[in-house]
Write a protein that binds this ligand. Structure first.
Ligand code: NAD
Length: 356
């Protein structure tokens, strides 16, 4: 039996485009048919990597051998590149943030539906192990029902690169790491976001945010704090979560962390007061001996498939997408609410379409 792979052209062969080349090549059912980039240097890099470099985007679209367009350009041109590919009968995988606004994304979804082509967004951090450990704790109530989730990424390198500094190109950290952290939360918590309040930081003097903090209140009672910082020379833990029976922390990408839970077997004993600063405290003293249990983080929640294997199954019509466009649209709405909250110094409500 003849067997052929699905052919992908990578549009935007920069940092992430090159990484997609490796991901696609390691999938048995996909192959890179070539790349297209505006820059000669990147076309040359493509040829050096063994990929054909198309001379124009029109040439990509006109090539009947191309089934899939992978978009890894700066954010402001995602929509146009995606719409043209879909209308030319190609499937599209698009980097995050898929669009500059919810209006743009709605247009892209409508074009995909009309063309009968697949549009799937690369929300790859749903597969991050640190996140899947927290998702497992949420699902299994390892430390009891979660009521507070703090998700942070901190760096001290400022905003990297060129276009990430430019508002018109979709720069700034909310549209960068923010998209991942918010997508993880909405993917995990099956409840409506009833309000959001936020601040954006402009410490570095760019016209885009170099970090932000957002406080989300969910209908089911969970409060989430999401923070991205690029001026943090000392970093706070990647995750800090509280449940009715304990607390958990994941410090870093190497998954250093622990859970501490109430020991329900132990007899209740009042903690011994300690000296703290220039005073005494019982409230903030360590729990009395034996009253808590320290344990390892649970194994991570398993997703049914990897991103690209799922994508292949979706275009072959044998599976539902793990990253659904309705979910991506919710994240886009949330991002708009976070921008609005920061600009207006207001708590924003009634924006989430969950369950609508
Ligand atoms: P980059 O600057 O390294 O690469 C972008 C490339 O696109 C450049 O080579 C540029 O010449 C090219 N380009 C610009 N406009 C083009 C156009 N109209 N047609 C063809 N090529 C064009 O940027 P990057 O860091 O690779 O980011 C690219 C995208 O990937 C962004 O949307 C970013 O948010 C996303 N990204 C996602 C992740 C992730 O983990 N999912 C990580 C990094 C970046």
């Amino acid at each position: 039996m003849g067997y052929s792979k699905h052919t992908v052209v990578i549009v935007g062969y920069g940092g992430m485009g090159s990484y997609h080349g490796q991901l696609i090549s390691s999938n048995d059912n996909l192959e890179v048919a070539g790349t297209y980039d505006l820059l000669d240097t990147r076309r040359q890099a493509s040829v050096e990597a063994g990929y054909k470099a198309y001379g124009s985007y029109e040439e990509v679209l006109a090539d009947p051998a191309v089934e899939v367009v992978l978009i890894a350009t700066p954010n402001d041109v995602h929509k146009d590149i995606a719409v043209r590919a879909l209308q030319a009968g190609k499937h599209v995988v698009c980097e995050k943030p898929v669009a500059m606004s919810s209006a743009e994304l709605k247009e892209m979804i409508a074009v995909a539906e009309e063309a009968g082509q697949v549009l799937m967004v690369h929300q790859n951090r749903r597969w991050d192990e640190d996140f899947r450990i927290i998702k497992q704790m949420y699902e299994a109530e390892t430390i009891g029902t979660l009521f507070q989730i703090e998700s942070r990424v901190h760096g001290a390198n400022g905003i990297p690169g060129d276009w990430r500094h430019v508002k018109a190109q979709g720069g700034g950290m909310l549209l960068d790491w923010g998209v991942h952290l918010l997508d993880q939360l909405l993917f995990m918590i099956d409840s409506k976001v009833v309000s959001v309040s936020s601040t954006l930081s402009y410490i570095l003097g760019n016209d885009v945010d170099d970090g932000f903090e957002a406080v989300l209140q969910f209908e089911n009672g969970i409060k989430a704090i999401v923070e991205v910082g690029t001026t943090n020379f000392i970093t706070l833990p990647r995750w800090y979560v509280k449940g009715l029976e304990g607390s958990a922390v994941i410090e870093d990408w190497s998954l250093t962390g622990k859970i501490i839970t109430r020991n329900n077997e132990a007899e209740h004993r009042e903690p011994t007061p300690i000296r703290a600063g220039v005073g005494l405290t019982k409230t903030m003293a360590p729990p009395s001996e034996g009253s808590t249990l320290t344990g390892a983080l649970p194994p991570a929640f398993e997703l049914p498939d990897g991103f690209y294997s799922n994508f292949v199954a979706v275009i072959e019509g044998t599976a539902e997408p793990i990253v659904k466009n309705t979910e991506v649209l919710r994240v886009q709405n949330l991002i708009e609410a976070i921008f609005a909250s920061a600009e207006q110094n207001e708590v924003i409500k009634n924006f989430d379409t969950h369950g609508a």
